[in-house]
Design a protein around this ligand. Structure first.
Ligand SMILES: NC(=O)c1ccc[n+]([C@@H]2O[C@H](COP(=O)([O-])OP(=O)(O)OC[C@H]3O[C@@H](n4cnc5c(N)ncnc54)[C@H](O)[C@@H]3O)[C@@H](O)[C@H]2O)c1
Ligand SMILES: O=C(O)CC[C@@H](O)C(=O)O
Length: 530
């Protein structure tokens, strides 16, 4: 059946056409996102939800979205999506990180000019026939210091425009490298320095615990008298009442505000103040940007729903359409190795180490690790998948580490997973052959080569004669056919293991009988999704 997507916010018709062309059923209901209850009533019918900023993807909505696999944000900010709740349910959240960056940077520059020359107020006055030349004395931008807080995609474009306008550009961003700053022709500074030196301050960070209220009364007190502030990022970055006070006192000479603490902003302490220029979250609103983000989100969501390719997801590593076929057998292998350990381990897991040797080490190991964790946790939590597993592991305090290394054995590549509990460490290694089928190649450091079947019996025993006979008899007595029987031991007379690939699972009573055999240590009936 074709996947079905709901577009619940205003999106360019391009998106709807792309979904249709890609064989995805689509319902375009652009006002539904504003009606929480109506959206809640229908969300269980959809595999995908395409949104802008009006739709709020809350925990409640996610709980009701029983089929939902992907939320696609046509834009950058995802503060209207409860990502942890989506991750817990295995729903991918993706955005379109570059489609509206230029447009938003241009809006910041437009606001900067509007504030510098008081354009909106001058326009109203002129059209009212007042001709107030003296009232609208502006400031020049050339040679002024532009302070950018947050120099990522949009901040960097604003920086280049600032340099082009012959401004002296300085930036505060903890993740901005000295090389990148030099490449942009700007100076990297601390926040206090930026506050002290900037004539214009423009914000381009996401809204996080650290950035919330980054412009408040305390910050404004450190700024130059007559500073002008532009916010095209997120409303909560600026404490509106503090900015309003500073404008009234003359400390701040003007502000350009596209985003508000509460949106839609029906009221704000900034409204009605002299030289405050407001726009209704228009940063991304150009024909070009809306076309870009609509196209991207529809392509990305269709790719995921149809082929499993993941791009620009915020809660899952990317898997391109090209790498998906190469990665798939190793994703399966990683999941099986995780599943093996998850099924045989009964104590709480403290740490997981995954070694990627040879070929898989050159692949997208974040995706492979997510798959291994999903396999590991599945015996404990039915609904876990590659999206939710890393978060679930983190929430359970499991320390996950990855090692990539060059080919070190006879196989072109293999994956080895070691799990540590309070009592012991247990490892399992496997590879994927050219037929795409996974094989166990080592269990508890004992070499073997076992095909993976849907139902498997795993036993540990002391290496002595008679074990094969006893296990074989037990299966035949209960009319269970053995498709494959694999053995391994560390030394003659030492520790040994057996892996039996069975056509049918054994009854619990038979398992109890096997566990009671003197020669058998641990015995587990395993099942794998192959
Ligand atoms: N007004 C609009 O319509 C509109 C349109 C697009 C984007 N946005 C918003 O603009 C903002 C920036 O978007 P982007 O695409 O440039 O994001 P980005 O992720 O590319 O860049 C954000 C930058 O902020 C930096 N940063 C993070 N924490 C910081 C901190 N405490 N102090 C200083 N810098 C910090 C990061 O290192 C990063 O370089 C986002 O909030 C986004 O939602 C608004
Ligand atoms: O969709 C919009 O109009 C705004 C988008 C913008 O806030 C973003 O973060 O991309």
């Amino acid at each position: 059946m074709a996947p079905r997507v709901l577009v619940s916010d205003q999106l360019s018709p391009t998106a709807v056409q792309i979904f249709k062309d890609r064989g995805v059923e689509v319902d375009y209901l652009p006002d539904l996102g504003k009606d929480k209850d109506a959206l809640l009533a229908v969300i269980d019918q959809y595999d995908g939800l395409a949104i802008r900023s009006a739709t709020k993807v809350t925990e409640k909505l996610i709980a009701a979205a029983t089929k939902l696999k992907v939320v696609g944000r046509a834009g950058i900010g995802v503060d209207n999506v409860d990502i942890p709740a989506a991750s817990r349910k295995g729903i991918i959240v993706m955005n379109t990180p570059f489609g509206n960056s230029i447009t938003t940077a241009e809006h910041a520059i437009a606001l900067m000019f509007a504030v510098a020359r008081q354009l909106p107020a001058a326009d109203i006055s002129t059209q009212a026939g007042k001709w107030e030349k003296n009232r609208f004395m502006g400031v020049e931008i050339t040679g002024k210091v532009l302070g950018i807080i947050g120099c990522g995609n949009i901040g960097a474009i604003v920086a280049s425009r600032g340099v082009g306008l012959k401004m002296k550009v300085i930036a505060f961003d903890p993740f901005l490298s000295a090389d990148r700053a030099a490449q942009l022709g700007i100076e990297k500074v601390e926040l206090e320095t930026l506050f002290k030196r900037a004539d214009f301050i423009t914000l381009h960070t996401p809204m996080t615990e650290k950035t919330k209220g980054i412009i408040d009364a305390k910050a404004i007190a450190q700024m130059k008298d007559g500073v002008r502030i532009i916010n095209c990022a997120r409303g909560g970055l600026v404490v509106e009442k503090d900015l309003a006070e500073a404008i009234k006192s003359g400390k701040v000479a003007g502000a350009g505000v596209d985003v508000f603490e509460t949106e839609p902003a029906k009221d704000s302490p900034l409204f009605g103040l002299d030289n405050v220029v407001c726009t209704p979250h228009l940063g991304a609103s150009t024909e070009e940007a809306q076309e870009n983000v609509a196209l991207q989100v529809a392509e990305q969501m269709s790719d995921y729903l149809i082929s499993g390719a993941v791009q620009n997801a915020l809660n899952m590593p990317s898997i391109s359409a090209e790498e998906a076929p190469l990665l798939t057998p190793f994703v399966k292998l990683a999941e099986i190795l995780g599943s093996f350990v998850g099924q045989v381990t009964e104590d709480p897991i403290k740490a997981v180490e995954i070694v990627y040797d040879g070929a898989p080490g050159a692949m997208n190991t974040r995706a492979l690790t997510s798959a291994a964790l999903a396999g590991l946790l599945k015996p404990l939590m039915q609904s876990v998948n590659m999206v939710s597993a890393p978060l679930m592991a983190k929430e359970r305090g499991i320390i996950v580490s990855e090692v990539r290394r060059d080919k070190s054995g006879v196989f072109d590549g293999y994956i080895k997973l070691t799990v540590t509990t309070e009592k012991f460490s247990r490892s399992v290694a496997g590879t994927s052959f050219s037929d795409g089928k996974p094989r166990f190649i080592q269990i508890k450091d004992i070499n073997m080569e076992a095909e993976v079947g849907r139902h498997m019996l795993y036993t540990t025993n002391h290496d002595e004669p008679g074990v094969i006979g006893e296990l074989g008899t037990m299966c035949s007595k209960n009319n269970i056919n053995i498709a494959n029987f694999h053995l391994g031991r560390n030394t003659k007379g030492g520790d040994a293991i057996a892996m039996l690939y069975l056509d049918e699972p054994l009854e619990e009573a038979v398992m109890a009988e096997i566990r009671s055999l003197k020669k058998i240590g641990q015995a587990k009936l395993l099942s794998f999704d192959v």
